[in-house]
Design a protein. Structure first.
Length: 308
């Protein structure tokens, strides 16, 4: 499949000399949902602003479905919808006027049926005649999304779409994102909520201090970097760990009544079989056992810590 966006050696040094992005190379595939994760100030918004032509790069190029973002700005920009992090909507306009106007900005003919569908999809239809200033924060955020979709972009950037949004609305947004993807829209979202990436992304990119430290299929990332833990509930508490078990990576918890064994899912041998055999040999009876896989959050925290 062709790439929706190709980013090559992209850097940004702001006036004053601070370099917020260092030589980013990234291909965003057509039709995927890519989540960009990174701590505050990592450079996520800078990257989005460069791709959307809001900022000029210091080095590098960005190609949007074959259109260079600088040489062929209008064609490239037309393919993109941007939902910025900050809410800035014309407060005295109605929802309906705002969304229709946005479409016109891209030189597209009015399409009331499309605007109606977008507002209905975003549960804003009953607010269409309201002035934006009469809406709640979550509704204003949805208006920003409606605006970004009004010119039928093929690529949608969502910069922290669910920041400050309640759980219910967050789930609605995820559903909307999935629906857009089903219609072939490529989606790039930045988020601090790892569960968001875990829930909806196909691939995950991690940015730290202006560098893209990793881009990987979410499933592959979790498989490769995910550790598993086996928790063993013992029939009787152990006063101390027997010598025969000292070579296992075991954590003794709950006054010796629980053993937690960490193992690498990728290792040729997990060691579980021999651990259970050694427990049996040592006369330690197991009441119950449970396994748990590390979350994307654990992986993310360890990646960013490693890069420090
Ligand atoms: N106009 C500017 N001039 C100078 N430095 C800037 C400017 N805009 C952003 N920066 C710096 O660039 C770095 C990256 O900022 P950016 O907004 O891209 O981060 P981010 O990953 O989006 O962060 P957050 O998650 O907090 O939104 C930060 O150190 C920020 O202070």
């Amino acid at each position: 499949m062709p790439n929706a966006i190709s980013i090559s050696n992209l850097s940004k040094t702001y006036e004053g000399g601070f370099t917020a992005l260092h030589g980013i190379d990234l291909d965003i595939r057509d039709g995927e949902i890519l989540a960009l994760l990174g701590p505050n100030g990592a450079g996520k918004t800078t990257l989005i602003s460069l791709v959307c032509g809001i900022l000029n790069p210091t080095t590098g190029t960005v190609n949007v479905q074959g259109h260079d973002i600088i040489k062929d700005f209008r064609a490239a920009r037309q393919l993109i919808g941007l939902v910025p992090q900050e809410l800035h909507v014309e407060t005295f306009e109605t929802v309906w006027a705002t969304v229709n106007y946005s479409r016109g900005l891209f030189g597209k003919k009015p399409d009331p049926a499309l605007c109606e569908r977008i507002l209905k999809d975003l549960s804003l239809w009953d607010k269409k005649d309201n002035k934006i200033m009469q809406l709640s924060g979550g509704m204003k955020r949805r208006v920003m999304i409606a605006k970004a979709l009004a010119h039928e972009p093929r690529i949608l950037f969502l910069d922290e779409p669910t920041a400050g949004v309640d759980v219910e609305l967050r789930k609605d947004m995820w559903q909307l994102v999935r629906r857009l993807r089903e219609n072939g829209v490529t989606i790039i979202l930045t988020t601090h909520y790892i569960e968001e990436a875990e829930e909806i992304a196909d691939r995950v990119g991690v940015i730290n201090k202006g560098r893209l430290i990793l881009v990987e299929e979410k499933k592959e990332l979790m498989r490769k970097l995910g550790k598993k833990q086996l928790t063993l509930e013992l029939v009787e508490g152990l006063p101390e760990l027997p010598e025969a078990l000292s070579h296992y990576d075991l954590d003794v918890q709950d006054g010796g009544r629980r053993l937690v064994y960490s193992y690498d899912t990728q290792a040729a041998r997990t060691g579980i079989g021999s651990l259970l055999a050694d427990l049996n040999r040592a006369g330690i009876a197991v009441k119950d056992l449970d396994t748990e896989q590390s979350s994307l959050e654990d992986i993310f925290v360890s990646l960013v810590e490693e890069a420090r």
